[in-house]
Design a protein around this ligand. Structure first.
Ligand code: SAH
Ligand code: ZN
Ligand code: ZN
Ligand code: ZN
Ligand code: ZN
Length: 484
């Protein structure tokens, strides 16, 4: 079996091997093949990027024959959903825009677009930014643009200053001079601003993101319109794609000793394998661009994701480790930095860099564990019996002699289950079946009730995937609809 099957709840993603080029394309590039678990005949292609049919209604059974007519209609539809301007056009618009006097610069909030006096008419009925579009504002597109709010696939959660500066200082401290920002527009912005403040320690940054609105503010050497679920570079014209890919590959070249690191903060959609697949491809491109024959080296990477994805990430990247640092977001109602209990952010850094080199801020309580050789959070006490600092969620865990491991502080040992669990767990049923709902038909990982709103605010679970196949598309807010 040369196809890789990924467990993602009740639905699996089948990663096609390289030779298999037959995956049809939606506007977001090649689609992915999904399979309803245990039902091989019901495989279907669906969008790699959008987990909700409202956002991309592409759907095709694996064995479905598509008429020429439908094929043409599909191509036409794909074209019509492309961004209103090519990146090249966005760039020349930007140059023209900054040359305008301040009173002629406008930003249309409805269209999320910098507009020119000759276009005002078209946007007359639209809401526009009341503040001046100053150079300062143009340097902070993540504040100017409203964050995409799609709950299912690509809601944008922007780093709080605390986390952004931590990342920046840490990377610069480790001597990285080129940062490949995959889905981290605010970090990219922060790097550029940092360069202006401190001319001696400049860092280059390239942003890869599906949100093409950023193409308005950044040149071709700073931004690529990119889909990280299928490693697809968007461009209207095939010849331009080659140019874009060349920009990307040139960036990965460490000429003159400029070290590259990739930082990514993907939507927490659960499709870990397709992401890992793309990051692997990025790493391979990086390796190719170095003329050394070191071989088998991996691009330094930092993958930002919730701690409960640890096992799935380590499955894809065994060389990674999870750090205790809690990543905070600005516009996130739940994931705020808190010292105790449930308020703490569940988002962590996963990296193939050496954990002992990543110094976590002492003023936030992080300390170095000399046994584990890594920095850990304040309440993560080293357990001599487990010989590790066991806490994943930042709370102090407790060693259970019967389980012979450390468990969450709220868990109690249950003698009928034979292991620790929450006091109100479905007792006696969980040993063989699902640990979450008690069903004997599936395991915890495939539980359809597991991915509730609380756990996967930024992504979606199996239910979302199912919807992809079953729910009819409805047009709502135009940004939500076209928020590629
Ligand atoms: N914390 C980051 C933003 C993370 S939000 C920061 O502050 O910089 C997730 C980001 O991934 C968004 O910018 C979103 O546009 C981007 N994204 C979502 N789906 C994507 C896809 N399929 N391919 C590439 N980027 C994607
Ligand atoms: Zn799509
Ligand atoms: Zn408008
Ligand atoms: Zn222990
Ligand atoms: Zn126990």
């Amino acid at each position: 079996m040369d196809n890789d099957i990924v467990d993602s709840g009740g639905i699996q993603v089948i990663i096609q091997n390289e030779k298999d080029k037959k995956a049809p394309r939606c506007v977001h590039g090649p689609t992915l093949l999904f399979e309803k678990k245990g039902n091989k005949d019901r495989r279907f292609y669906a969008c790699s990027a959008c987990r909700d049919r409202k956002d991309c209604n592409f759907f095709q059974w694996e064995d479905e024959k598509i008429s020429e007519e439908r094929m043409l209609a599909r191509e036409e539809q794909n074209r019509s959903k492309m961004p209103p301007f090519s990146h090249h056009e966005y760039c020349s618009r930007f140059r023209k825009f900054v040359a305008l006097p301040l009173e002629q610069r406008r930003f249309c909030v409805d269209c999320q677009l910098l507009i020119f006096p000759e276009e005002w008419q078209t946007h007359e009925k639209h809401k526009r930014l009341s503040e001046d579009v100053t150079v300062q504002r143009l340097r902070r597109p993540s504040l100017l643009l409203c964050p995409l709010e799609n709950k299912k696939s690509n809601a944008q959660y922007l780093f709080a200053d605390r986390s952004c500066h931590f990342l920046l200082d840490m990377l610069s401290g480790l001597g990285f001079q080129k940062i490949l920002c995959v889905g981290t527009p605010r970090l990219h912005e922060c790097i550029k601003l940092g360069n202006m403040e401190d001319k001696r320690h400049t860092m280059q940054s390239l942003l890869l993101d599906i949100d093409y609105r950023y193409g308005q503010f950044y040149g071709q050497d700073e931004f690529c319109h990119y889909n990280m679920f299928n490693h697809h570079f968007f461009e209207k014209y095939a010849t331009v794609v080659q140019e874009v890919v060349k920009h990307f590959e040139d960036f990965l070249c460490e000429e003159g000793g400029a070290k590259v690191v990739m930082v990514t903060d993907p939507p927490f959609g659960g499709l870990v394998k397709p992401l890992a697949d793309s990051f692997m491809k990025i790493s391979v491109s990086w390796e190719k661009r170095q003329n050394k024959d070191s071989g088998a080296a991996e691009l330094p990477m930092i993958w930002i994701f919730p701690y409960f994805f640890e096992s799935r990430i380590l499955e894809c990247f065994p060389s990674f480790s999870m750090l205790d640092y809690q990543v905070d977001y600005d516009n996130h109602p739940l994931y705020k930095h808190g010292k105790t209990g449930r308020k703490q952010s569940p988002v962590r850094l996963f990296t193939n860099l050496s954990p002992k080199d990543i110094i976590l801020p002492a003023d936030e309580g992080y300390r170095f564990c000399s046994v584990c050789e890594r920095y850990v959070s304040a309440e993560n006490k080293h357990c001599p019996r487990c010989n590790t600092c066991p806490s994943k969620d930042g709370r102090e865990w407790r060693h259970c002699d019967e389980c012979r491991r450390c468990v969450k502080p709220t868990w109690r040992h249950c003698s009928s289950c034979g292991h620790c669990a929450l006091p109100d767990h479905p007792c006696g049923q969980s040993q063989t079946g699902c640990f979450h709902c008690g069903s004997q038909k599936h395991k915890l990982r495939a539980c359809p009730k597991k991915h509730n709103k609380r756990m996967l605010v930024r992504g979606r679970g199996a239910a979302g995937l199912l919807k992809h196949a079953l729910v009819k598309p409805t047009a709502k807010n135009k940004w939500k609809k076209r928020d590629m």
